[in-house]
Design a protein around this ligand. Sequence first.
Ligand SMILES: [Zn+2]
Length: 263
Amino acid sequence: MGVEPDSPARYTLKAGENRLPLNDYLGRTLRLEWSGAIACTHCGRATRKSFGQGHCYPCFKRLAQCDSCIMKPELCHFFEGTCREPEWGERFCFQPHVVYLSNASGLKVGITRNTQMPTRWLDQGAIQALPILEVDSRQQSGFVEVLFKNEVSDRTNWRAMLKGQVEELDLAAERDRLLERLSAGLGDLRERFGADAIRPLDGSPRRFDYPVLEYPTKVTSHNLDKNPRVEGTLMGIKGQYLIFDTGVINLRKYTGYEMSLAA
Ligand SMILES: [Zn+2]
């Protein structure tokens, strides 16, 4: 599922060569069916199970992008000499990363490559986001995030996000408060990586809204592995989720699953 920032966010579903404009299906009955096949998103091989969101097991064990340091960049393997694909690392991890605050279910800190904004925030279902610091590498962004995690969550409560009961925050004020509070720790990191390694960003918060007719009061999930057919009226799309009147489904979780869609 792809998403473009618009008001509301515009979602498309890739189906072969085509891109279905999902927003057009709001309020309509949809049937989503998994054929039982899963193709690795990296090598295309058929796999019985999906590992690391859409990979076959060999790719999952071999690719740098499936290694544990992607989730915990402060444990970057490149500097240990154990990066699975040093060339991939040089291309993706050694480029500017941004530390941001976002609000999908309350205040959260996160990191992303510059090029992944604003997709990253739309994927979370964030209603607000504000980049606050820029650093030179993924590892550095990991160290900064670890520091922020003492004060702010790095998780989204997806049920709260899907219920849509999220209060707006003053992200600029939160930024100022946190930078002040964490100034000693940031100073230590600048001493380690260089005075201009961690650069404050002076942007204004971005806002996002989503195509949702009605939020669920109770969130139940569809599970394609247990029941390959999902049917219902499409009530909304937010983050990675399709919201049906019969339950929600996280499409990211089923990356690589061969699905058909019927209206
Ligand atoms: Zn593969």
